[in-house]
Design a protein around this ligand. Structure first.
Ligand code: ATR
Length: 285
């Protein structure tokens, strides 16, 4: 592609951003649609966040993604925040229109889209166990509740963090019963057997580790597991699921779907079906 004076610029701010897969996905989709747009990585240290955000808006970018460590810290520097991003307490996508910045969070939307696409799983009426209580868990909890889950249990290594998360969202999302607890409950067959879906939002699995006590074989028939980890593509948890024929998927689908949602926010159109996923598959080793 040729960058001209008319090219519309988008990108991602983070520290670090060198590892980000988003430029690969977005530039592939711009190219496939013949859009004169480009997606650029912008390494922004925390101390320069406010200046960088103002500078990007002043320089006329159409929008940008936000990654670690800026997803929460950026919020005071925006003009408006989508209500679900407010509830999640983090922003991963910013739209710039006439110098005005609006923050969104497409991570949870990405999870729900990936569940539909990879596992044909619809959260409506379902019981979900969320492992972890950090930012990724919060986007999952809000989006699963919004998508109609009737019961969401947050289990975390540090129980207090799970309780805090549930306290933050419980009164603001009607129609879902929330609970919080420790990871100790994973070993209880009756507990594990009461869920339709288990979502791992933690980094457990990235280093070949797994949750002690969690045996996917104890899930009820038809229940599935979604692991947000995508490197390695098959975590020990997913390998266990495979061995027992339990429907499961890794985090790549969510990564792609959150990118597709951001793309729609900026351009107003959807990327071609499967385009971002194919670009990632071709790029990854
Ligand atoms: P993110 O924004 O990706 O969710 P985070 O906010 O740092 O990251 O949250 C990390 C989550 O992974 C936390 O729930 C953390 O548990 P603690 O609250 O007890 O720290 C969880 N986590 C990280 N490493 C873990 C491990 N080895 N075992 C269990 N949970 C782990």
């Amino acid at each position: 592609m040729t960058i001209t004076g008319k090219t519309t610029v988008t990108g991602i701010i983070g520290a670090p951003v060198a590892h980000s897969l988003s430029p690969v996905m977005h530039n592939a989709a711009f190219g496939a649609l013949g859009l004169d747009w480009v997606y650029v990585p912008f390494p922004v240290p925390p101390a320069r966040l406010e200046a960088a955000v103002a500078g990007l808006a002043a320089a006329g970018v159409a929008g940008f993604n936000v990654t670690i460590p800026h997803k929460v810290a950026i919020m005071p520097f925006l003009d408006a925040i989508d209500p679900d991003a407010e509830l999640i307490g983090a922003v991963n996508t910013v739209l710039v229109r006439e110098g005005r910045l609006t923050g969104y969070n497409t991570d949870g939307l990405g999870l729900v889209a990936a569940l539909a696409g990879k596992l044909t799983f619809d959260p409506r009426g379902k019981s979900v166990l969320v492992l972890g209580a950090g930012g990724a868990a919060r986007s999952a909890v809000v989006s699963l509740a919004r998508a109609g889950a009737v019961r969401v249990h947050v289990a975390n290594r540090t129980t207090d963090a799970a309780v805090t998360l549930v306290d933050l969202v419980a009164g603001r999302l009607e129609g879902t019963a929330f609970a919080a607890g420790s990871l100790d409950a994973l070993a209880d067959p009756a507990f594990i057997g009461s869920f339709d879906l288990v979502v791992n939002t933690t980094s457990v699995g990235m280093s070949g580790d797994s949750f002690s006590g969690l045996d996917p074989a104890l899930l009820k028939s038809g229940a599935c597991i979604y692991d947000m980890v995508y490197a390695p593509p098959v975590t020990p948890l997913l390998a266990q699921c495979g061995a027992h024929g339990i429907p499961c998927a890794n985090g790549l689908g969510m990564l792609v779907a959150q990118g597709e949602a951001a793309f729609r926010i900026w351009t107003g159109v959807a990327p071609p079906e499967g385009c971002m996923e194919r670009a990632l598959a071709a790029f990854l080793p």
